[in-house]
Design a protein around this ligand. Sequence first.
Ligand code: SF4
Length: 378
Amino acid sequence: MLGLYVHVPFCAAICNYCNFNRGLFQSDLKDLYVAAVCSEIRLRARGVPSDTLFFGGGTPSILEPEEIGAIIQACRDSFDLTADAEVTLEANPEGVTEERLAAFREAGVNRLSFGVQSFRDEELRRLTRLHSAGRAITAFREARAAGFDNVSLDLMMWLPQQTVGEWLESVDALVDLGPDHASLYMLEVYPNSPLREQMARAEWSVAPDDDVADMYLQSMERLDAAGYEQYEISNVAKPGRRSRHNLKYWTDGEWLGFGPGAHSTIDGVRTRNVSSTGAYASAVVPGESLLALVAEARPLSPRERMEEALFTGLRLSEGLSTEAVRARYGIDLWAEFGGELQPFRDLGWLIYDEGRLRLTRAGMLLAHEIMAVFIRPS
Ligand code: SF4
């Protein structure tokens, strides 16, 4: 089944660490964007079943519920969206109320993903986020009151000045709320980001590597104890609540992305839309070809497809099935890579048994190093 992704490129303010494709909210541009994205969806219509629709950003919850409803309708008209499709909206805690969330639900959204990042106000201020910890807790309760039984919260670790204990305070606050799903990411401080300059000016530092390992391992242990199942390096869920949409990215699935900068992978071809929202809005002309909005399109070579499948598959807790890899890509995984993988197995970072290859938790911390084995010079 196909996954559908809609990129909403607007935010109320730009956070100092952000590296996503987004810009400040402008009402006129937003109107043009909504019309353009509905047209793009209709131009790409295919009579194929789809079971997930994900609004990512940016800040999708900045759109009005009727606008989200119009985009969902365009998807329903253009694709065979299943009756039980997972429809996720990324939301920021400061921009919602119970009424607004109920209206999103009425419009067809059935899963929310809140960008909380931290339950400590001091850390949120360092990240220039607009919400407080109290607002995030209230937003979660408003989501429940509005009838959402599938809510995910995002947290970020390795924040400037954050200690292991402070990170675990946020994890405990999340466990107390009891969301259905959680994503735990490590903050990446990009070169040239305002945060990097701020850190230099204020002499903020991040915890040493050993502490980051503690942050990761201790938080996962607390989440295990609270009944969450880790199913991917950064993601945990209550039983039955894994993100069906994100699993498509990690299991070699196909998806169509709409909106500025959105990527698609379908029929073995990877495409990327133009990034600028203004250029995107003027490139989409109802009833005309899509050529002007595609910035890049290239067929993936069989080798690239296999490398991606190995990379993403190893991110999953269940790892890779050697039989599935053989059936799909015609290689014996262990015969091909076993020599280079064995040292990681000896260190306890990798398990190879029962026809599966998977990372241990300790291995997940060093996933990039281990996955580098799969890249062969072309
Ligand atoms: S709200 Fe999210 S997308 Fe928007 S600027 Fe902040 S981090 Fe970036």
